[in-house]
Design a protein around this ligand. Sequence first.
Ligand code: SAH
Length: 248
Amino acid sequence: MAGRIKSLIGSLGPAIGRPLGLRISEHENMLREIRQDVEYTQTLIGKTALSANVMAAMKEVPRHEFVTPEQLEQAYANRPLPIGEGQTISQPYIVALMTDLLAPKPNDVVLEVGTGSGYQAAVLSRLVSKVYSLEILERLSQRARAVLTRLGYDNVECRCGNGYYGWPEEAPFDGILVTAAAPNIPQPLVDQLKPGARLVIPVGLPGLHQELLLLEKDAAGHTRTRSVIDVIFVPLTGEPLARPSGEG
Ligand code: SAH
């Protein structure tokens, strides 16, 4: 299970069919659960509410478009869901929190590592001018690209590649968000941050303790890191780390 806080699992009641009205109320319920989780975790995350623009993006992006047909009834549940290839779409609370920690601004150019379903990229795309997103598994990268294109998220560019090394041709970035856990912070990503930029990344070993870290690079290029909350993510794979888990 990836992209989830350890202590909280939100839930929806049983889903019955998918009329539009029900989907809207499920989506609203998801937003309510995110607000509740923020309140529960306020001492850890240091705020009682996420930015209004982040919550507006969470309200705007249709999560049901990014899940597999098997998961459609659970699309607005506040928990991670399988998306195939052994990967998951993150828990909505975690998507919202990570987006908020990145403090995105309208003219920002950001990098996401771990496109997965494309959902996090779509949320980011509502808040910045351009999103570059890297996914190591070709099938997921292609599927996310197709969904994002179909829905008109035309400021997102997806590429299949190893995000450990970032996207040097488009660097430096105003922010980098990593949605898979690394054993430590990849230096190439730190190098690709502009002065004043932020990196949000889960760090730790699979199945063991993982922490969501916020790294800030100041104007002089010095970095400062703080641990925000314990999380559970799928591992960052590929060189120089482990073999991609969706391959074989
Ligand atoms: N942000 C995604 C969540 C994806 S889960 C969403 O909104 O749906 C993490 C993703 O990271 C998986 O799809 C996994 O294949 C990918 N991944 C793992 N290691 C990677 C690497 N080195 N480079 C790029 N993507 C990677």
